[in-house]
Design a protein around this ligand. Structure first.
Ligand code: NAP
Ligand code: MG
Length: 480
């Protein structure tokens, strides 16, 4: 790993205090080119890409154990860089270790297939080969976790990677680069470049020596990435935005559904792509549900991210803070009913300069902008519905299709609705639906391709078909 050529840096801040916590290298186009060439050379050299899968698995497992050993330091680094509550970061560290362990196992199971012979004298089989050099671009909401979702399967498949974290949260990605080297990933296989997306990210997507782009971010940027990548026909996977609904029927376990609705929107201050930012509640229980939500949400502690008692920390970026404030203004101007919050949360002591937003809830029509557009903050919109058909119609009337939840004690109804919802994930009666072995990704404008699960191994691989002639009499198609 080497630094940038010019030595230029940019400031990285702690959003909970406003303090500058690091000066980070600002990579130039030359630096990016060096990183891509290092990846290309490493990939083509074959030390990693041709290594026995069982050996790659051992190295990836070693990465998992180094991350586990350093979880406390990585967690604190993430908290200071991103502003999230330390309780949230702690959960992520466990998920990151699980992700590397899962893909260590997956490395040895990226099977090809054997086909029935297309002719009696043929053997036909496929092998999965690594797709090549992967450009991985990630946002700032779950920095190390989302880096892991790309780096772990890419390494398991035998790819080389150039990883670009978001400039507001680059620190744990840099640590991941060091951990990879220490675990035995050969030099040049995992490269980290830091700098702005519009420049560095764009150059990475344009670079002719990159074979695939794995992107997580907003739908707007995802479209630019897809268009740019089309020029060189790169493989592209896109994990984009969402406006995910929770649908609560009148036969739901209300206790559990209320607790999950609170967690579903306020976890990570609502800065989660799969946040359940629309809660659709059947009319018969609507008032009771909303009252219970508001009452119990008052027990959620917004505060100093480094305090283990805190549930919800800071908003990560000034632009995001402005966006949330702006949507709350829009909510007011649309005549939405404020159920909770709706303004900045002021803290004192070391967090007096921090960017905190109060836990916010509105009641609105399904057509309101705050009920349709992704806010990416601790802002939830309640919408009542009459029956199953109306709930499905409201849930599906969205350009997004990332995740949904269904709450009902009637398993027939819960599964009927799950089938009718056009999203990549549906959680029935649970607040947790993201695990390393289960594919995660979007329908519609929430993107394409999947992360996690074995399915992802295919997206970091090419399929090669190998045909072997085994007959005794040589073939002579022209009879010459
Ligand atoms: P963003 O603006 O799209 O940025 C994502 C990343 O792309 C950043 O590293 C960014 O760098 C970079 N970038 C910007 N312009 C680029 C370009 N032209 N070419 C290549 N890269 C470029 O998204 P964000 O606002 O940071 O993140 C929040 C969004 O991510 C939300 O919409 C959320 O739903 C989505 N998200 C989706 C998932 C999922 O798995 N589906 C998970 C988490 C987040 P800069 O920061 O310098 O612009
Ligand atoms: Mg930061």
């Amino acid at each position: 790993m080497t630094a940038t050529q010019t030595g230029a840096t940019f400031e990285d801040r702690n959003p909970a205090t406003g303090e500058v916590i690091a000066q980070v290298h600002e990579s130039t186009q030359d630096d990016l080119d060096r990183a891509v060439r290092a990846a290309r050379t490493a990939f083509d050299g074959g030390k990693w890409s041709q290594m026995a899968a069982s050996r790659r698995a051992k190295v990836i497992n070693k990465m998992a154990s180094l991350i586990a050993e350093r979880a406390n330091d990585l967690m604190l680094m993430e908290v200071r860089d991103n502003g999230k509550a330390i309780s949230t970061a702690k959960g992520e560290m466990g998920a990151i270790v699980d992700c590397f362990e899962f893909y260590a196992g997956a490395a040895t199971k990226n099977y090809g297939e054997t086909m029935p012979p297309p002719l009696p004298t043929y053997l036909a089989n496929t092998v999965r080969e690594p797709v090549g050099v992967v450009g991985a671009i990630i946002p700032w909401n779950f920095p190390l976790l989302l880096a892991s979702w790309k780096v772990a399967p890419a390494l398991a498949a035998g790819c080389a990677v150039v990883l670009k974290p978001a400039p507001s949260t680059p620190l744990t990605a840099i640590e991941l680069g060091k951990i990879a080297l220490e675990a035995g990933v050969p030099e040049g296989v995992l490269n980290i470049v830091t700098g702005s997306g519009r420049e560095l990210g764009q150059w990475l997507v344009e670079h002719p020596l990159v074979d695939k782009i794995a992107f997580t971010g907003s739908t707007a940027t995802g479209k630019i990435v897809a268009k740019t990548a089309a020029d060189t026909l790169k493989r592209v996977t896109l994990e984009l935005g969402g406006k995910s609904p929770s649908i609560v029927f009148d036969d739901a376990n209300l206790e559990a559904a209320v607790a999950a609705a609170i967690y579903g929107i306020y976890y990570n201050a609502g800065q989660a792509c799969e946040a359940r930012s629309r809660v659709l509640v059947q009319r018969a229980i609507y008032d009771r549900f909303v009252a219970a939500f508001v009452e119990r949400a008052r027990n959620v502690r917004v505060g100093n991210p480094e305090d283990p008692q805190t549930h919800v920390g800071a908003i990560t970026m000034p632009e995001q803070f402005e966006k949330i404030a702006n949507y709350c203004e829009i909510g007011r101007s649309e005549g939405a009913r404020v159920l909770l919050g709706g303004e900045r949360a002021s803290l004192d002591g070391p967090n007096a300069q921090g960017m905190f937003w109060s836990l916010t809830a509105y009641e609105a029509t399904p057509q309101a902008r705050i009920a349709r557009e992704e806010i990416f903050g601790p802002v939830v919109t309640f919408v009542p519905f009459a029956d199953e058909a109306e709930a499905i119609a409201i849930a599906n009337a969205s350009e997004y299709g990332l995740s949904a939840s269904v709450w009902s004690e009637n398993i027939g109804r819960a599964n009927r609705v799950a089938r009718a919802i056009r999203t990549g994930t549906v959680a029935i009666n649970t607040p947790y639906a993201v695990f390393p072995g289960v594919p995660f990704g979007g329908y519609k404008q929430s993107g394409y391709g999947r992360e996690l699960g074995m399915e992802t191994m295919r997206l970091y691989s090419e399929t090669k078909s190998v045909l072997t002639f085994i007959g005794e009499k040589p073939m002579n198609p022209f009879g010459v």
